[in-house]
Design a protein around this ligand. Structure first.
Ligand SMILES: O=P(O)(O)O[C@H]1O[C@H](CO)[C@@H](O)[C@H]1O
Length: 303
């Protein structure tokens, strides 16, 4: 009898694997709040990386909504990430821009980092452009290069921190989504063509982004390991957003700005820092804006 009593009490007190997640209905509520705050109905979303918040300046006829004012949204805690959604028009396409993203190292659960992506899905967004600042481990890369992401290595995901962990709600997507086509090949081709057309040359790269959790920058051995595993650059974001976007059927374009070369030699005395990352973001802001604006224009023409 005692054993059975124990079982029944376990049943009533068992933890839920939904503790970090929001229900479909809660997402609906967020969307209703946003729709009441703006007349824009975006078909495309842009996530601004560190130092790249200026991408939102491309939008006209804007409505801005602070993350603080959006139910269930995390808040931005990192310098260089403002913390608001900007709705507006870009080359006749209705766009929502995330000016400030959420990172695993800030303490958010992987599931919560990508809340905005699912909100965008319910808002009607079909295409998402995910940008980031990253450090290069490919020895051919230079600071200021712009890398179109052809694939990623989600290091936290490979050891147990994937944003899709937990019960799967099939209204979002399948239990076991494939990621071999996570970065849309047509968009990649379009972005390459656009970039070459507007004058990018050797500073245009295509490569593999490795997500690490941060907030520490890499040790020399970690940087070397990243390269051996197949990374061209490393950063502390992007993979969770891309995974959730692909899971719910969005087309994804990823763009990394190379803000530093990750140190892979033991005889070096210099160290990376976030200020440098933000500074390179500012220096290359105009080029990133040009690229993104033109890609969005072409996507608009295709629609
Ligand atoms: O990935 P984003 O947000 O562009 O920022 C990158 O830059 C910061 C480090 O300087 C980290 O947050 C890293 O992920």
């Amino acid at each position: 009898m005692d054993a059975l009593d124990g079982m029944s009490s376990r049943k009533t007190t068992r933890p839920t694997c939904e503790q970090f997640r929001h229900s479909f209905e809660e997402y609906d509520h967020i969307v209703n709040v946003l729709r009441a705050s703006t007349g824009h109905r975006p078909s495309l979303a842009i996530i601004c990386g560190s130092g790249l918040g200026g991408l939102a300046d491309l939008l006209t006829d804007t409505d801005s909504i602070e993350y603080d004012d959006i139910p269930f949204f995390p808040i931005s805690t990192v310098h260089g990430h403002v913390g608001r959604l900007v709705f507006g028009m870009l080359n006749e396409v209705s766009v929502v821009c995330m000016q400030g993203r959420f990172h695993f190292y800030e303490g958010w659960a992987m599931q919560n980092i990508a809340i905005p992506v699912r909100v965008f899905k319910l808002l009607g967004v079909q295409t998402i452009i995910v940008t980031n600042a990253s450090g290069a481990v490919n020895p051919d890369y230079k600071v200021g290069d712009i890398m179109l992401i052809k694939d990623h290595i989600n290091l936290p995901g490979m050891i147990g921190a994937n944003p899709l962990m937990g019960l799967n709600d099939a209204r979002w997507g399948p239990r076991f989504p494939a990621l071999s086509l996570a970065y849309d090949r047509q968009l990649l081709q379009l972005a390459r063509k656009v970039a070459l057309g507007i004058g990018f040359g050797e500073d245009l790269r295509e490569g593999v982004y490795m997500m690490v959790s941060g907030p520490t920058f890499e040790t020399v051995a970690e940087a070397r390991a990243g390269r051996i595993l197949g990374a061209d650059c490393m950063g502390m974001s992007t993979a969770p957003e891309v995974i959730v976007a692909k899971h719910c059927g969005m087309r994804v374009l990823g763009i990394s700005l190379i803000t530093n070369i990750i140190i892979q030699q033991y005889d070096r005395d210099d160290e990376p820092n976030h200020q440098e990352v933000l500074m390179i973001g500012q220096q290359r802001a105009a080029n990133m804006q040009l690229l993104v604006a033109e890609v969005v224009k072409q996507i608009g023409h295709q629609a």
